[in-house]
Design a protein around this ligand. Sequence first.
Ligand code: MN
Length: 401
Amino acid sequence: MSLEGGVTRALLEDPNATVHLRDVEGGEIVGNLWSTRENVTDCLGIARDELLGHMLTAMNEPVDTVDVDEPGFAHTVTENVDLTRLPIPKFYPEDGGRYITAGIVISEFRGRRNVSFHRMMVMDSRRLAVRLVPRHTFTLFREAQEAGEDLRVAICIGVCPSVLLAAATSVDYGQDELEIASALREACGQGPLEVGITATGLRVPADADYVLEGRITAETAAEGPFVDITGTYDHVRDQPVIVVDRMYNSEEPVFHAVLPGGLEHYLLMGLPKEPVMFRTVRQAVPRTHAVRLTEGGCCWLHGVVSITKNKEGDSKNAIMAAFTGHPSLKHVVVVDKDIDIFDDREVEWAIATRFQADRDLVVVPGAAGSSLDPSADTVTTKVGLDATKPSGGGLFDRARP
Ligand code: MN
């Protein structure tokens, strides 16, 4: 199968179904691995509704990782790296090139470690253009540059969902995402995260299929265009270049490919935001039951919050808190506990039967929103829908047999 177009078509055939492609150029590819909540929670051995609580625990109480002597990724090691021979797809026709999309970048400088997702475009046999938003990896890179050094990185592909979710959290600078992954595994009864140590001394998940070890350098290159979470093209930017010096792979490596703008992309970005949103809403409304970023809104721009009001107006406070907890949130619906927020039709039913725009709509123009929303200018308009019933309103309940 061709790496240009064929992989995307195979992943789009049934977005919910995991696809293992054994006949692509350069190796094997797996995609749609974590494209449903159940796939994630089944792998972690927990119920769907338990994930949010376990992620909160993991963010609050990190757990040390455990060093192992013979990590799976170290089965084969080579300094004769040729990225063009790896099964890295080009997803869409206008993309700037072939892209690593499930690569988590582990970086370390002067004892401070960061772990995060970055998309990386293959330039040639050893170089990748990496999109660095100005967050933690970028900060470490700048510190290294100011000291006259490159930033050491290990790009890990094919890691367990606890590492993927931890890498997508937005915790404070200096908080170690690998220890959050380890804590999430512990909370799910899977034991701490095992790590192996690379030639340059970086600790990386032992179960990774591929580890590309290298440096973020002072060189820059045009990165993009590339399809982002909304399924629309992001533009070209001048971005740093990673030089890969060494490659490790497991005995039978399978290259994980996350389809840009697909369900798996949605969930890996959205799931780690839900616990933070939940915590913030609960500070405003003590009886907050659940929050969900919906797939229809790319698990990024649209959310639903389930509460029980203690007093009138709690639902408006829940709207404001949801926007605080997830600043990229654009539209949010607040519903009562009797609505199943994992069922989009129930949420729409609540809007249909419990919402009146003249009293239940909150509009916040001129707010900072998501740069990923093509309809937003430098600012966005946020909208909250209070679809809760008035306290004591019996006529608002659905008839039960
Ligand atoms: Mn970080």
